[in-house]
Design a protein around this ligand. Sequence first.
Ligand code: ZN
Length: 407
Amino acid sequence: MPEGALPKKQKCEDHAVTKFREYIRIKTVHPTPDYDGAISFLRNYAEEIGLPFRTVEVHPARLVAIITWEGLDPSLPSIMLNSHTDVVPVFKEHWKVDPFVAEKMENGDIYGRGTQDMKSNGIIYLEAIRKLKTEGQRFNRTIHLTFVPDEEIGGKLGMEKFVVHEEFNKLNIGFAFDEGLANPTSAFTVFYGERAPWWIRVKCSGNPGHGSRFIQGTAAEKFRRIINSFLDFRAQEEKKLNGNACLKLGDVTTVNLTNIQGGVQFNVVPMDMYAGFDIRIAPTVDLQEFENKVKNWCTQAGDDVTYEFHQKCTIQDTTSINETDPWWKTFSTVCENMGMTLEPEIFPAATDSRFIREIGIPALGFSPMNNTPILLHDHNEFLNEDIFLKGIDIYAAIIPAIANRSA
Ligand code: ZN
């Protein structure tokens, strides 16, 4: 170290990074997220920036926080910058540091649950807004920063309720940004649609009897055919993905056998066996045709094979990424001008964006995290502080263009 230089640890930390680390330390982790802690953190943040803060109770104990920067023409459809405040649980023993301390390494990597998914975006929006406001800028459209609960458990008491709430309607949103994923290369991924999650439980019923005999029409024989049908389809889709470099995970349908039940004891052939499948259907697939396929698999497996849905999402709306679309054109032009490479994709899992798109509002999932491994829901989730700070500059360039876009 050169004489007089401060060790890295003592170097003055950017205020935005300090706020980010503070947010990570609030344990908004399922199954008992500290939502009160998040709300009070955000209330103070809004006060610090000098913008009005309010909450909307979409369900008892489920509040959506809204920070608003009014535009010069509030009659224009507004811009929504959305993030969820909750995070998924951790397996602490697999982490090299405490996931709720937001420890920063020598190289600037900040470790913690939510550093990628998606407390980073929440702070990036806030700090981009702070920057623009400090510069004295004003925009035509009103900007709403929304912070929603429960995304990580399906959004049933969060965004799904919020989008049908009268307060949401009053926001008059014309365009939304929400979460995306990190990209391990120098490019940035942007998501314009998602796959539809279907959770299907198949019940195979057959003849019971003694475990020593050749019983005919057993549940297990039907169970085997069911598993083969679903997993053969899985193999085809995997082959399709691997055989075409243009396809991404979000462009094909995935099937996974995630739970099975059945049987009472070794010498008894059981009457019923159950197989549970997690299926994520690509937006290009006709859902009715897909369900017919499932029906056929059940019929082919034998008598008394039935299925039920534990989740059946029928939302297949996508946001236009056509050059003629004014929102996309504005967004992609700003990115291009900054020398960024964009990779538009279908989100492989589900986010709150589906509820926004379903009611006809265009939404892009964009978390500006390039050169970063995808670690959402994983052990040792981290984000480098330089990437995080660059994300603020990126949104600080995108927001003015989007919020000034003419009607
Ligand atoms: Zn998320």
